[in-house]
Design a protein around this ligand. Structure first.
Ligand SMILES: NC(=O)C1=CN([C@@H]2O[C@H](COP(=O)(O)OP(=O)(O)OC[C@H]3O[C@@H](n4cnc5c(N)ncnc54)[C@H](O)[C@@H]3O)[C@@H](O)[C@H]2O)[C@@H](O)CC1
Ligand SMILES: Nc1ncnc2c1ncn2[C@@H]1O[C@H](COP(=O)(O)OP(=O)(O)O)[C@@H](O)[C@H]1O
Length: 287
């Protein structure tokens, strides 16, 4: 990310082509990264399914999911491309952690023993060069028990989660979103995506980026899970953390606008973004 700390860069759909270059003709799945998605406790299986599908639709080479046993059949029925493993004891298989280029932890994870154990395992045992994307309940667990994060970890809070991470009210976050973004980057030494109308993306010592694409049709459960998978999928393909976060937030917002353009904002579903994520992730093909 470029720019002095006080600068604010507005991103537009055209900017996607800066980051989303055509693939080498002879590339193979190993070149496009392996994402491990961890989450989906009982009652919240859809969150991790949406995240995993978004990572694939944005071009990740391989996607693993570690989730509650109840969700494995539904996940495989919906997306057989995903490699799903049941976790019943709160331990992610070590081989999955070891092979991941990017770990997305949090969608539907819950804050009980099962989710907390896997979150701690990720922070303790992930390879030092594995990029972390932390969303939803991983952020709530981090807020309850702050810990140092690996360099270039990406946090994707909505204003409620941002408030918990900062120990303030969501209304205070919304009153000064730029200040909250700066506070989060500084406190957690991470790349931060502060979601909501006018999503902001920041990293310590760098100017923030703002995304004005997106629409109120996107205010529906599961939309943030799609964003987290989008960012993880882009990270896996080699984008630097701050760029993956900015490009992912932009791609997601533009996909939301394109999908709303087809049938309107009200009733828009997170899964409606999937074909648009794919289309917009190939800007040269659609130019
Ligand atoms: N299909 C699924 O399985 C879904 C599972 N989900 C999971 O459900 C769990 C709980 O997440 P939730 O996000 O619903 O609960 P939270 O309690 O984290 O967030 C909801 C609260 O945050 C605040 N907030 C959020 N966005 C705001 C904004 N733009 N402006 C101001 N305040 C705002 C509000 O106070 C709101 O009541 C997570 O694990 C999540 O991943 C959700 O993602 C929904 C869909
Ligand atoms: N009014 C809006 N304008 C633009 N984007 C929005 C709007 N409402 C929600 N979004 C986007 O939709 C997503 C919602 O994420 P989140 O609140 O985490 O949902 P969930 O946890 O239910 O998946 C975020 O990317 C956010 O920026």
């Amino acid at each position: 990310m470029t720019g002095a700390p006080h600068e604010l860069e507005d991103l537009r759909e055209d900017d996607l082509a800066r980051w989303l270059r055509p693939r080498a003709r002879d590339s193979h799945k190993g070149d496009h990264g392996r994402v491990l998605c961890i989450g989906g406790d009982s009652g919240h299986g859809g969150a991790i399914m949406l995240a995993a599908e978004a990572a694939l639709r944005c071009g990740a080479g391989l996607v693993d999911v570690a989730t509650h046993v109840l969700h494995v059949p539904a996940l495989l029925a919906r997306r057989p491309e995903v490699m799903a493993q049941a976790v019943d004891d709160g331990r992610v298989p070590a081989a999955l952690l070891a092979s991941a280029d990017v770990i997305l932890c949090g969608p539907g994870l819950g804050q009980g023993d099962w989710g907390a154990a896997m979150f701690a395992q990720v922070l303790d045992d992930a390879r030092p060069d594995t990029r972390l994307v932390l969303d939803a309940d991983a952020l709530n667990l981090l807020a309850r028990r702050p810990r140092a994060l690996p360099a270039d970890s990406i946090l994707t809070p909505h204003p409620g989660e941002a408030a918990r991470l900062l120990g303030i009210e969501a209304s205070e976050v919304q009153r000064d979103r730029a200040g909250a973004l700066q506070g989060l980057c500084a406190r957690y030494a991470a790349v931060v995506v502060l979601k909501g109308a006018g999503t902001l993306v920041g990293a310590t010592g760098r100017g923030a980026r703002r995304i004005s694409a997106g629409n109120p049709g996107m205010a529906v459960g599961g939309m943030g899970d799609v964003l987290a998978g989008t960012i993880a999928g882009l990270c896996a393909q080699g984008l630097e953390a701050a760029d993956a976060a900015a490009c992912g937030a932009l791609l997601h917002a533009c996909a939301g606008d394109a999908a709303a353009g087809e049938g309107g904002e009200r009733g828009l579903l997170p899964a409606d973004l999937m074909p648009w994520l794919r289309r917009l992730a190939n800007p040269q093909a659609t130019a």
